[in-house]
Design a protein around this ligand. Structure first.
Ligand code: DC
Length: 228
């Protein structure tokens, strides 16, 4: 049996990856692996267990029992830790920062590789993985690779709107400052830093509606699927 069709969608926070990936997964009937949510789950468990975000031995132990799964319900991609729905809990500014911190630990990145690959390869038809290093590290041989970007202001505004809709209190200035710090951490870390794969198709969504981004990606994916 051939493996599922793998689509990698990488890019910085707020570039539209989540929205685009969710719509695309539904349109193509692919499963969706939100790899950022996995790092967020690690940060959440570390917080609950009182594990310091730079304690490699404790983080490694924590990964041994990590059970993350996803379920698309209506418009949403819900995230589960075991049986617990943690979708809301992992989106707070504190956990966002924690996820960025744990993601700089090589032991965490290495420990999550197999899980990310397993979740994608369990798909029937195809899988969309969204993250920072999917096209470069997790699936360097993905069938289609995209790198989404947008100006810092546009990304912060999108994130702010998203938080507002979820009822999370914040200000645009706070979101922008957090984003700047996370961008710096994510792109300057030694292991698997955020950068486009050489063979990724780059899409700047600053002045593009996300529906247009979806159409562009879908067109490429359908063309590649037809050739496979
Ligand atoms: O996409 P997100 O904002 O939910 O990701 C949360 C953090 O996890 C982000 O700051 C960087 C990290 N991350 C990563 O290092 N590699 C990935 N493939 C996905 C996320």
């Amino acid at each position: 049996m051939s493996r599922p069709f793998i689509v990698a969608i990488d890019g910085p926070a707020g570039a539209g990856k989540s929205t685009v990936s969710r719509i695309l997964a539904r349109r193509l009937d692919f499963s969706l692996v939100d790899t950022g949510a996995i790092y967020r789950c690690v940060a959440l468990i570390a917080k609950r267990q009182g594990v310091a975000l730079d304690d490699d031995a404790a983080l490694e132990a924590l990964l041994q029992t990590l059970q993350v799964s996803f379920k698309v319900i209506g418009e949403e991609n819900r995230v589960y830790l075991g049986n617990e729905d943690v979708s809301g809990l992992i989106r707070t500014p504190e956990i966002s920062m924690g996820a960025s911190k744990v993601s700089s630990r090589p032991v965490v990145r290495k420990g999550l590789l197999a899980l990310q690959r397993r979740l994608a390869l369990a798909a029937e038809k195809g899988a969309i993985l969204e993250g920072r290093d999917i096209g470069t590290v997790v699936f360097p041989d993905a069938d289609a690779k995209f790198y989404l970007e947008a100006s810092a202001e546009t990304r912060a505004r999108r994130r702010y709107e998203e938080l507002f809709q979820k009822g999370v209190e914040s200000s645009l200035e706070e979101v922008l400052a957090d984003q700047r710090q996370r961008d710096k951490q994510d792109s300057e870390r030694a292991v698997a830093p955020l950068k486009p794969a050489e063979d990724a198709i780059r899409i700047d969504s600053t002045s593009m509606p996300l529906s247009e981004v979806v159409r562009a990606i879908e067109k490429h994916v359908l063309e590649k699927m037809a050739k496979r």
